[in-house]
Ligand binder design. Structure first.
Ligand code: ADP
Length: 613
């Protein structure tokens, strides 16, 4: 992906809903499939529960009519209704009361199981989805991470997953419930009185929808006002921070006019908002209350003329409330579903992206890389900067067990060579060969398993020292870890901590010094026992005791391993078997320290300018 994807969330919110967005649900199919029985049951439960709500509403209406009818059967009877309410004495208050109580109890039980069921399935789905998203995030090639802010990616994924979770735990159920209420409610209303229903339908839902749109408009206005207030605060802050400049240039009047412009637009926006809110209040009173009055009035007229039974009229009023609620509910749900679909789409985009590691569960083959390694005519540029050639037809050999120090000015391409060796990047042209075989053809994880990399800035995990060392070999025994620490000259300082290997490092624990961190990283590499070693030497100076210990630890680590050192210390460089001098992506010269000094080439000049620590 490119930089566009980092702005995707903002884009998504502005996007209009398209029917093709629904294909997001199709992509969720593999995650839904294991739970289809549960979902079907859940949907069944919620449907029954919604129908029961309509039923209870009908009984409430009946309660409203009983007193008025004074024990007489309703005047506008019907076979259909007789079917549903068969066997119930609708004029008996007690019967109605008990029926309502029973239905509520059934509904309460069903709702509990429905909520539990949906949560149970969704949480399981989320577990798989989170795991898959994590796997995708760690399996991408290195330039994936270069192209985006990692924090942004993390928050985007968690926001997407939360949004999907909401969709499946709450929204889906609500959508079904509200739709049943709407359709069932309208059908029931029409049954009581077609005239009244038609009248209700052309007024209430329309007014409710207009009210929602209106509400959104007001909300947007108030957000704009907030933004403008924030902008005017920025001016104050800027002026106070740069007060020396403001005073020195006698620009107080200018700043005042800048501030005045900003607060004037705050006032204008706020007034626009006030007019909106005022109109909204008038609108509600006039139209919503007006529509309700109209419906009630019409109902009363129908009742008076004997065309509508009083219990039906009560039911009608209650159900109208339900229907109006559903219209509002559905309008809001639509927005949530849209957001959920957007989230599904962006997550699927991540899951479908090309990875460097396919399937973390496959077996990792054991390779032997204790062989000569060769860069053969390698050309390289980064994907993001195609015009900038970093390595230019570079050839370089590291014999098995040889220690090669790579030196050269900053920006010459030393770290890039390390990235290519780690296969974080791939040559554009040419190849890296081990014993004549192109490394690109070797299993990536098997290859990396035989390499250890000690970076310039060692970043330890916030766990204890033991875990940090064991990262080099996850199944290492305590004995092996202790031995590695000893060989890395780290045992002494570790054992001086009261908690020894259990000492927490990082935020919550003891802060380690640079030299100590490096020795832990070296112990980690020793424990890994790699064939190839890549060292990016720290540029910052250590005190002389740490320096000696780190040096000794490095020598222990490099013994008999093919090593590439991006070297910054003269002592390391002098000790290397061979020095390769890199200038502008090409090997300028190579040889031992003595040879290169007598060459009087770039290396000699670099030594003279005291570039090394
Ligand atoms: P050195 O390690 O010798 O200082 P590098 O290999 O780090 O040099 O960098 C060589 C060149 O590649 C520099 O010009 C640098 O700006 C560029 N570069 C390094 N990493 C990237 C990247 N991820 N994307 C684009 N350009 C990069």
């Amino acid at each position: 992906m490119n930089s566009e994807s980092t702005t995707a969330p903002e884009k998504r919110e502005k996007k209009r809903f398209k029917l093709s967005d629904l294909k997001g649900f199709k992509q969720m199919a593999p995650y839904l499939r294991p739970h289809r029985a549960g979902f079907t049951l859940g949907i069944f439960l919620i449907s029954v529960s919604s129908i029961l709500t309509l039923f209870v509403t009908r009984l409430w209406g009946q309660l409203g009519g009983v007193g008025i009818m004074g024990g007489e059967k309703s005047s506008v009877g019907n076979e259909f209704e007789g079917g549903i309410l068969d066997g119930l004495d609708l004029n008996n208050l007690e019967t109605i009361g008990w029926t309502i109580a029973t239905v509520l109890l059934i509904q309460a039980t069903m709702s509990f199981f429905r909520v539990y069921l949906f949560a149970n399935m969704t949480e399981k789905m989320m577990l798989t989805l989170r795991r898959d998203a994590f796997e995708a995030v760690v399996s991408m090639p290195m330039d994936f991470y270069h192209n985006r802010r990692v924090g942004d990616l993390n928050s985007r994924i968690s926001a997407d997953i939360t949004s999907i979770q909401d969709t499946f735990t709450l929204t889906l159920a609500e959508l079904i419930r509200q739709s049943i209420m709407l359709v069932g409610g309208i059908a029931a209303l029409a049954y009581f009185s077609v005239d009244l229903t038609l009248m209700m339908l052309v007024t209430l839902p329309v007014v409710v929808l207009v009210a929602i749109v209106f509400g959104k408009f007001i909300k947007r206005l108030s957000k704009e006002t907030q933004d403008e207030i924030a902008a005017s605060n920025v001016i104050v802050q800027e002026v106070l921070t740069g007060i020396v400049n403001v005073k020195a240039f006698a620009n107080e009047w200018f700043e005042r006019s800048r501030y005045t412009t900003s607060i004037s637009s705050v006032k204008d926006l706020a007034m626009k908002g006030a007019i909106g809110r005022g109109s909204f209040a008038s609108f509600i009173i006039l139209f919503i209350f007006g529509a309700i009055t109209l419906v009630i009035f019409k109902g009363a007229a129908l009742m008076q003329s004997g065309d509508l039974a009083s219990e039906h009229f009560f039911t009608f009023l209650l159900m109208t409330g339900l229907v109006a609620g559903s219209v509002g509910g559905l309008a809001n749900l639509f927005g949530v579903v849209q957001k959920g679909l957007g989230a599904v789409e962006s997550l699927m985009e991540l899951l479908n992206e090309e990875r460097e590691i396919k399937g973390l569960d496959s077996e990792i083959p054991t390779l032997n890389l204790r062989q000569p390694l060769r860069f053969e005519n390698v050309n390289f540029h980064y994907k993001t900067r195609k015009d900038l050639t970093i390595l230019n037809n570079l050839s370089l050999e590291i014999r098995a067990g040889e220690q090669v120090a790579l030196v050269g000015p900053s920006g010459a391409g030393k770290s890039t060579i390390a990235s290519l060796m780690l296969r974080f990047e791939t040559p554009i042209d040419g190849a890296i060969l081990i014993n004549g075989k192109d490394v690109a053809t070797m299993d990536l994880r098997g290859y990396r398993k035989r390499i250890a990399y000690v970076p310039q800035e060692v970043i330890l995990f916030g766990d204890d020292i033991r875990t940090n060392i064991a990262y080099g070999k996850l199944d290492a025994t305590d004995e092996e870890i202790r031995d590695a620490a000893k060989r890395a000259y780290a045992l002494e300082f570790i054992e001086n901590f009261p908690d020894g290997f259990a000492t927490l490092v990082g935020e919550r624990g003891i802060q380690l010094s640079g030299g100590q961190r490096q020795r832990i990283a070296i112990a980690r590499a020793i424990l890994r026992d790699p064939d190839i070693l890549i060292l990016d030497e720290a540029t910052s100076a250590l005190d002389s005791v740490s320096e000696k210990e780190v040096q000794a630890a490095l020598e222990e680590l490099m013994k008999d391993r093919s090593t590439l050192i991006i070297a910054h210390r003269l002592s390391t460089i002098k000790n290397a078997h061979r020095i390769v001098v890199l200038v502008e992506g090409e090997v300028a010269e190579s040889g031992t320290h003595a040879e290169l000094i007598s060459n009087k080439g770039p290396y000699f000049r670099q030594i003279q300018s005291q570039d090394f620590v």
